[in-house]
Design a protein around this ligand. Structure first.
Ligand SMILES: C[S@@+](CC[C@H](N)C(=O)[O-])C[C@H]1O[C@@H](n2cnc3c(N)ncnc32)[C@H](O)[C@@H]1O
Length: 288
């Protein structure tokens, strides 16, 4: 696991970054919406990662739920009796609550550090999460906590985690911008949340890391990967540029169009043609 861990800082920086920078912009930046089509696509994606249908009922928890990308869709899908979202960022969960209200669904929110899960042992029918594991200092210890709260045989599904290879490509592409940013920072006092997230995004994962984290504690582990152009362009260019360019509508529209074109290119070219080890985003599932 490539890691850059300063445990004391990570949790606080994650909370502050997602409260102060991401909560208000995340859905727009990532093109999150909760249309019927997106709900259906997300359920299909989760089922294809799991390799079988989602549980037909029960209690599901979305970990590192942020503004509700997954949990609101699962609430709209309607099969679970209770959908719960956990996140350290109270501001993100406020955005989640107002989006859920707009869509007429109920999602329970819990502001908590997910490294100690606020659930009883053997109590959950499904644990899901998107793009959160790489924020945690100790993924091995965290997954033991996930196993504790899952009912026997119940599954977990994790999507959107960065691969080691993808991060290496992204770092290479953004190197010139990193240099410019460091120069700029050396002349400025505004350093708090520049876009080099070393203490926020603390891991990238190779297939060996996945084996180390999951194999000894879960059954039926499945790993898949996807994406190249969209995640690389987003992380290496759009995210840094958003931090330095003025925030005005035409630019936001241009960025959205670039992401959509890149996503389509992935769908058409990179997902079918690239070998799994060269794709940028990892998805993992298993059961307790
Ligand atoms: C990249 S966002 C993903 C949000 C959402 N899952 C999605 O798919 O859009 C990662 C989320 O993990 C949360 N997070 C990071 N570390 C955490 C921790 N230790 N406990 C709880 N939440 C955490 C952040 O606050 C943030 O909302």
């Amino acid at each position: 696991m490539k890691t850059n861990v300063d445990k004391l800082k990570i949790l606080d920086l994650n909370r502050r970054f997602h409260d102060e920078v991401e909560a208000d912009n995340y859905d727009e930046r990532m093109g999150v919406n909760h249309s019927i089509l997106e709900v259906r696509n997300t359920v299909l994606e989760l089922e294809s990662v799991l390799g079988r249908p989602l549980p037909a009922k029960g209690r599901v928890v979305d970990l590192g739920a942020g503004t509700g990308n997954i949990s609101i869709k699962l609430a709209l899908d309607g099969r679970f009796e209770k959908v719960t979202a956990v996140d350290i960022s109270s501001k993100s969960l406020q955005v989640l609550e107002s989006t859920a209200l707009k869509h007429g669904v109920e999602v329970d929110t819990i502001v908590s550090d997910m490294q100690k899960l606020p659930f009883e042992t053997n109590s959950l029918d499904l644990v899901v999460g998107c793009a959160f594991l790489h924020h945690l200092p100790d993924p091995v210890a965290f997954m033991l906590e996930v196993r504790r709260v899952l009912k026997p045989e119940a599954p977990f599904i994790i999507i959107g985690e960065p691969s080691y290879f993808g991060a290496a490509v992204t770092n290479m592409v953004k190197f010139p911008l990193v240099l410019i940013n460091r120069l700029r920072n050396s002349f400025s006092r505004e350093r708090l949340f520049h876009w080099e997230h070393d203490q926020i995004d603390v891991h990238t994962f190779s297939h060996d890391d996945i084996a180390e984290i999951f194999n000894s504690n879960f059954k039926e582990i499945r790993v898949s990967s996807e994406g190249f152009a969209e995640p690389v362009i987003d992380q290496a260019a759009l995210v840094p540029l958003r931090h330095v360019l003025p925030d005005y509508l035409p630019l936001r529209v241009i960025f959205t169009v670039i992401r959509k074109v890149a996503r389509f290119t992935d769908y058409l070219i990179f997902n079918p043609l690239l070998p799994a080890s060269m794709k940028v985003t990892l998805k993992i599932s298993g059961s307790s």
